[in-house]
Ligand binder design. Structure first.
Ligand code: G4P
Length: 286
């Protein structure tokens, strides 16, 4: 499928708005999904946010492999970003965010001070591809208890800034980036985490690819979670389809004629992954 398909009008608009918003900010807070740190980034952000202090949040860290998250944080730190892991849903990691923002503000405050400017707010925005947890993060981190500062001159009408503390303000609406579908792996990984509409992809095929993929990094996982492993080799569609077949039978997922409902089993497996029921999994390693 050509890229154009993934760039509908509203996304072009979103990118344009984001480019305008970026002009107003000092700190770019990029949120990614800790389970797929490569596929959940849009590399365009590097050029869009040039000369900005950068914070990268590995969100949904509750669902990701801890060792992998640590390795990614080291990598992003080496790349000059301030890396933080969070679970925006339960608020863990948000305390560290405070320090990260303070650190990211230092350069701007020092620059202002040199020019004799004191107490000018440092401004930040949150950006990321859909579904990584931008809104959840903004609500958890800044939504409660803080008053919006309202419209100000020089700010596009309707823009609202949330005062995080005496020096820092956060744009209340996140910037939406579009994921990149340069290769099949990226598209697949985005589909696993639910960032790509399911109708684009065949659930059964996707589940088979998923089984194949996690079999490499987490070979015991399916056995541990479901209590069986498929041994039937040489099936037309391979061992993965055989696993789904068995899963459907074991869970009583049957079609009218009593045949196993493979699509239902495939959906169940992917859903279990999405909701963390398979354990902590990172699909992309440093
Ligand atoms: P977005 O603004 O970037 O598009 O994402 P949003 O905040 O809407 O979050 C997308 C989904 O991810 C939400 O689930 C949200 O609860 C969940 N989420 C956000 N942060 C975390 C996290 O750190 N850990 C976990 N486990 N989940 C997180 P939802 O809308 O309820 O959808 P669903 O849970 O029914 O799929």
């Amino acid at each position: 499928m050509s890229d154009i398909h993934w760039y509908p009008g509203h996304m072009t608009r979103a990118v344009r708005e984001m480019k305008e918003d970026i002009k107003l900010i000092d700190i770019m807070i990029e949120i990614i999904d800790a389970r797929i740190p490569v596929s959940s980034r849009n590399p365009d952000i590097d050029s869009m946010a040039q000369n900005k202090s950068r914070i990268i949040i590995l969100n949904k860290s509750d669902l990701a492999d801890e060792a992998a998250t640590t390795a990614w944080m080291e990598k992003f730190t080496a790349d000059g970003m301030i890396a933080v892991k969070t679970n925006a849903k339960n608020g863990s990691g948000l305390k560290v965010m405070k320090e990260a923002i303070a650190k990211a503000s230092e350069a701007k405050i020092a620059r202002d001070r040199k020019r004799g400017i004191l107490n000018r707010p440092v401004r930040a925005m949150v950006a990321g591809i859909p579904n990584v947890g931008k809104s959840t993060f903004i609500n958890a981190y800044a939504g409660r208890a803080v008053a919006k500062t309202g419209n100000k001159p020089g700010v596009t009408r309707g823009k609202q800034w949330i005062k995080l503390n005496k020096t820092v303000e956060l744009l209340d609406t996140p910037g939406i980036l579009w994921p990149r579908f340069d290769d099949r792996t990226t598209a697949r990984h985005l589909a696993y985490i639910g960032s790509m509409k399911n109708e684009v992809i065949n659930t059964r095929e996707l589940a088979c690819e998923f089984i194949k993929e996690i079999g490499q990094d987490y070979p015991d996982m399916l056995l541990k979670v479901y209590g069986f492993e498929s041994e039937i080799k040489g099936e037309v569609n391979g061992i993965e389809a055989a696993f789904l077949n068995e899963l459907a039978l074991k869970r009583g997922m049957l079609l009218k004629g009593g045949e196993p409902d493979i699509d239902k089993a495939a959906a169940l497996l992917l859903d279990d992954f999405k909701n963390g029921r398979l354990g902590k999994i990172t699909l992309e390693k440093v």
